[in-house]
Design a protein around this ligand. Sequence first.
Ligand SMILES: [Zn+2]
Length: 74
Amino acid sequence: MCRADNSAIPQAIVGYHQDDEGDWVAELACGHNQHVRHNPPWFNRPWTTSNAGRETMLGQRLGCRKCAIGAPKD
Ligand SMILES: [Zn+2]
Protein backbone atom coordinates (compact mmCIF):
# COMPACT_ATOMS: atom_id res chain seq x y z
CA MET A 1 0.00 0.00 0.00
CA CYS A 2 1.21 3.44 -0.82
CA ARG A 3 -0.54 6.51 0.50
CA ALA A 4 0.31 9.89 -0.97
CA ASP A 5 -1.19 12.07 1.76
CA ASN A 6 2.12 13.52 2.84
CA SER A 7 3.82 13.63 -0.51
CA ALA A 8 4.55 16.82 -2.37
CA ILE A 9 6.04 17.31 -5.80
CA PRO A 10 8.98 19.78 -5.94
CA GLN A 11 8.09 22.69 -8.23
CA ALA A 12 10.11 25.79 -9.03
CA ILE A 13 8.87 29.20 -7.92
CA VAL A 14 8.23 31.34 -10.98
CA GLY A 15 6.65 34.39 -9.36
CA TYR A 16 4.70 35.83 -6.48
CA HIS A 17 1.61 37.81 -5.71
CA GLN A 18 -0.15 38.96 -2.58
CA ASP A 19 -3.62 37.83 -1.68
CA ASP A 20 -6.43 40.03 -0.42
CA GLU A 21 -5.01 39.92 3.10
CA GLY A 22 -1.52 40.88 2.00
CA ASP A 23 -0.09 37.42 2.47
CA TRP A 24 2.46 36.28 -0.07
CA VAL A 25 1.58 33.54 -2.45
CA ALA A 26 4.22 31.76 -4.51
CA GLU A 27 3.36 30.90 -8.10
CA LEU A 28 4.81 27.55 -9.01
CA ALA A 29 5.93 26.25 -12.39
CA CYS A 30 3.17 23.67 -12.33
CA GLY A 31 0.48 26.34 -12.35
CA HIS A 32 -0.44 25.99 -8.70
CA ASN A 33 -0.26 28.77 -6.15
CA GLN A 34 1.00 28.20 -2.65
CA HIS A 35 0.70 30.43 0.38
CA VAL A 36 4.11 30.83 1.90
CA ARG A 37 3.05 32.22 5.25
CA HIS A 38 0.10 30.06 6.24
CA ASN A 39 2.12 27.01 7.06
CA PRO A 40 3.06 25.45 10.39
CA PRO A 41 5.92 27.13 12.28
CA TRP A 42 8.54 24.75 11.02
CA PHE A 43 7.65 25.97 7.57
CA ASN A 44 7.96 29.65 8.53
CA ARG A 45 9.73 31.50 5.75
CA PRO A 46 11.12 34.90 6.72
CA TRP A 47 12.31 35.42 3.14
CA THR A 48 8.76 36.01 2.04
CA THR A 49 8.69 39.39 3.74
CA SER A 50 11.48 41.03 1.77
CA ASN A 51 11.98 41.65 -1.94
CA ALA A 52 15.54 40.40 -1.75
CA GLY A 53 14.44 37.24 0.01
CA ARG A 54 11.79 36.51 -2.55
CA GLU A 55 14.14 37.09 -5.46
CA THR A 56 16.63 34.73 -3.88
CA MET A 57 14.00 32.04 -3.83
CA LEU A 58 12.91 32.42 -7.45
CA GLY A 59 13.67 29.16 -9.20
CA GLN A 60 13.95 27.32 -5.89
CA ARG A 61 11.53 24.53 -5.34
CA LEU A 62 8.66 24.15 -2.98
CA GLY A 63 6.88 20.90 -2.40
CA CYS A 64 3.51 21.12 -4.11
CA ARG A 65 0.85 19.04 -2.41
CA LYS A 66 -1.69 20.06 -5.02
CA CYS A 67 0.36 18.22 -7.65
CA ALA A 68 0.53 15.22 -5.39
CA ILE A 69 -3.26 15.03 -5.25
CA GLY A 70 -3.75 15.99 -8.89
CA ALA A 71 -5.53 19.27 -8.12
CA PRO A 72 -6.54 21.53 -11.01
CA LYS A 73 -4.34 24.55 -11.67
CA ASP A 74 -5.00 27.70 -9.68
ZN1 LIG B 1 1.53 21.89 -8.31
